[in-house]
Design a protein around this ligand. Sequence first.
Ligand SMILES: *Cc1c(COP(=O)(O)O)cnc(C)c1O
Length: 411
Amino acid sequence: MYIWKSLTTNQIKERIFSALQKNVDYKERTILGVPASHLDEKVFNRDMGFLEDAPFLSSMVYNPNHIGCHTMGESEAFFAGTQEIEKELIEIVAVDILKAEPNQCDGYVASGGTEANIQAMWIYRNYFKKEFGAKHDEVAILCSDDSHYSMPKAANILNIPLISAAVDDNTRLVDPVKLQVQLKEAKENGVKHVIVIVNMMTTMFGSVDRIETYTEALKECGLDYKVHVDGAYGGFVYPFSDDKSDLLLDNPEVNSVTLDAHKMVQAPFGTGIFIIRKEWMQYATTEEAQYVEGMDATVIGSRSGANAISIWMILMTYGPHGWFEKIHILNYRTSWLCEQLDELGVEYYRHPASNLVTMRAAHIPADIAHKYGIVPDSHNDNPKWYKIVVMGHVTVDHLLPFIEDLKKIKQ
Ligand SMILES: *Cc1c(COP(=O)(O)O)cnc(C)c1O
């Protein structure tokens, strides 16, 4: 049973405009106390006729502030109408995509995957400090060599150590034997609590971690841990392309998840999504945020409500079945590409449920990579890998000339 159902364009329009009406209208009511307003009307005239048919652009012009987290406690009453839409979005993502039980999660629309990951690590660091009196060098982040750079960034901001697990060069899986050694060493250095970041599709390879590689090694070492899943890339792909996934919230080991709507969902930038089980956001509450109704438990502070609306509109336009079909079409094209590469003898990595193909650079001349906008693992002089991301705009007709160019070189 889904809460998520596809809606018609008119239904979507009605819903957004009625939500905007429940927000404060600075023109209709005298609002003296907030440092916020609609967009500057000398520049962004809101009487433009087409805005009536453009719910997203209208939301931009009305400019609601979704400061704080709306799935719990109190929120700013001025923007209650559009906050409802964000709440519904968070519940759809938690329940219909990540398989949580209804009403068991909190979450919000973050500026991106980086912020959502930092939010998770911030919460767990504070949890280990508050509940166990842990010192900073006793709490470590554990991720893999293929993890996104937001993990070292977070280690730097949060002032805690980072353990990067070695991966196999062919399978991109974390090496369990090396991990044991790394964890023993960390324990000897005083680490007691571990924030585990499990990849649900990595940025460069689309590879997916085995959660039990981490959890078994940590249990064996006697280290306390909490698990966050980084689905910034894969959150809107993998749950639809692999129905045996154990990286979702129906697995009690998983406590929180990041997704990015500005990647595969093609939403505007500023649409990361953070989802966490209930009772955990409190570890990030800033008590000093007294002027914000309900206070603030997010990294970001003020943020645009239009971003949440854009994600909600896209998901409602497709519905769960439409989204499933979209992902499977992308994966079909990816399989087509892999068959061509097999015939050409080009070595590559592809996770069977992913729309990302990462080729060994030795097979791809730099001029061809440049011609087709194929991205290297490193912008230095000798990259090891080049990746193709099969997005909506990357059709078989677009892939064909690339394959033909490779064929010519081979001859
Ligand atoms: C893109 C990405 C991020 C960071 O997301 P931003 O939206 O760029 O902040 C984090 N993790 C993974 C796996 C990603 O692909």
